[in-house]
Design a protein. Structure first.
Length: 291
C-alpha cells in the first residue's frame, strides 16, 4: 500500500512537471526554440499566486486564475520583445537569448524584492483520505485533478478550436500557413500565452505543494520539465504530459527507497539515457535532418 501512496504522490508531482513541459514542447513545436526562460515564467506564477493569497486575501482558485492570466501576458511580452526579431536567426542566437532572458528575469526579481524565501500560506486544508487502505492527501488529489482538467482543456483548444488549427498549421509549415492567410505572429503569441499560463498554474501548485518559493526556484523544475519534454518527445503535446508524469514517479520512487539526495540527479540520468538510446523520445519518430 505504501507503494501505491508513493505512486499517487509521484503522479501529482509529475503533473506539475507536465504543465511546465507543455510550454517547452508547444513553443518548440511551433518555432523550434527551446525557451529556457520558461522556468522563470513558472517562478513568476508562483510569486503572483503568493502575493494574491497572502497580500490580497484571495482564495486558491482566484489566485490560480490571476497567476495564469499574468503569466500568459508575460509570455507574450517575452516572445514579442526577445524572440520575434530572432525568428530567422541561427538557433544558437535564439538559445543564447533565451538563457539571457532567463537570467534577466531572475535577477530583476531579486533586485525588486530581495532573494529571501517566502512561505506559501496554508490556503488549502490538507486532509487525508483513506482510499482502499491508501492514505492520500487532499492537496495531491486537488493538484492532480486540476492539472488533468487543464491538460484536457489544452487538448480541446489544440484540436477543436480555430487558433488550435492555426497552431498545428504553423507547426507543420509556417510559410504555407502564412500563404493560406493565417496570421503567424498572432498564432505564435497565442502559443506562448497558453504555454506560459500553464507554467503559471504549475507555479501556484508548486508553492502549495512545497510551501517555500524563492527567485531562483525556476531553474531546477524548469530543467526537469525540459527533460520531461525530451523524454516524451519534444514538440509532441501528449509526450510532454506522459514525460512529466513518468519523471515525477521516478523522483518519488528514488526518494522512497532512501536515495532522496539523488532525486535531482535522476532527471539528468534519464536525459542522458534518452539521448543515448532514443533521442526522439517515447512518442517521437526518428527523422533525418538535412543540412
Amino acid at each position: 500500500m505504501e507503494w501505491i501512496q508513493q505512486l499517487i504522490n509521484g503522479i501529482s508531482l509529475g503533473s506539475i512537471y507536465a504543465l511546465i513541459a507543455l510550454g517547452y514542447t508547444m513553443v518548440y513545436g511551433i518555432i523550434k526554440l527551446i525557451n529556457f526562460a520558461h522556468g522563470e515564467v513558472f517562478m513568476i506564477g508562483a510569486f503572483v499566486g503568493f502575493y494574491a493569497i497572502a497580500g490580497w486575501g484571495l482564495g486558491f482558485f482566484p489566485a490560480l486564475i490571476l497567476s495564469m492570466v499574468t503569466c500568459a501576458i508575460f509570455g507574450v511580452l517575452i516572445e514579442r520583445i526577445a524572440y520575434r526579431r530572432l525568428r530567422n536567426a541561427t538557433r544558437i542566437a535564439a538559445l543564447i537569448t533565451a538563457i539571457g532572458v532567463s537570467l534577466l528575469i531572475q535577477y530583476t526579481v531579486i533586485y525588486a524584492r530581495g532573494a529571501q524565501v517566502e512561505v506559501y500560506p496554508n490556503v488549502l486544508a490538507n486532509k487525508k483520505f483513506d482510499i482502499f487502505g491508501v492514505q492520500v492527501s487532499s492537496q495531491s488529489l486537488l493538484i492532480l485533478t486540476v492539472s488533468i482538467i487543464l491538460m484536457i482543456i489544452l487538448q480541446f483548444i489544440v484540436h477543436k478550436t480555430k487558433i488550435g488549427k492555426a497552431m498545428r498549421a504553423v507547426s507543420h509549415d509556417m510559410e504555407a500557413a502564412r500563404l493560406m492567410g493565417i496570421n503567424v505572429n498572432t498564432t505564435i503569441s497565442a502559443t506562448f500565452a497558453i504555454g506560459s499560463s500553464l507554467a503559471g498554474a504549475a507555479g501556484v501548485f508548486f508553492g502549495v505543494y512545497y510551501t517555500k518559493i524563492e527567485p531562483l526556484m525556476g531553474v531546477i523544475p524548469g530543467v526537469k520539465a525540459f527533460v520531461a519534454a525530451v523524454l516524451g518527445g519534444i514538440g509532441i503535446i501528449p509526450g510532454a504530459m506522459v514525460g512529466g508524469m513518468l519523471l515525477g514517479i521516478v523522483e518519488t520512487i528514488v526518494s522512497a527507497i532512501g536515495l532522496s539526495l539523488w532525486r535531482d540527479a535522476a532527471a539528468f540520468i534519464i536525459l542522458i539515457l534518452i539521448l543515448l538510446f532514443r533521442p526522439s523520445g517515447i512518442f517521437g519518430k526518428n527523422t533525418r535532418e538535412k543540412v
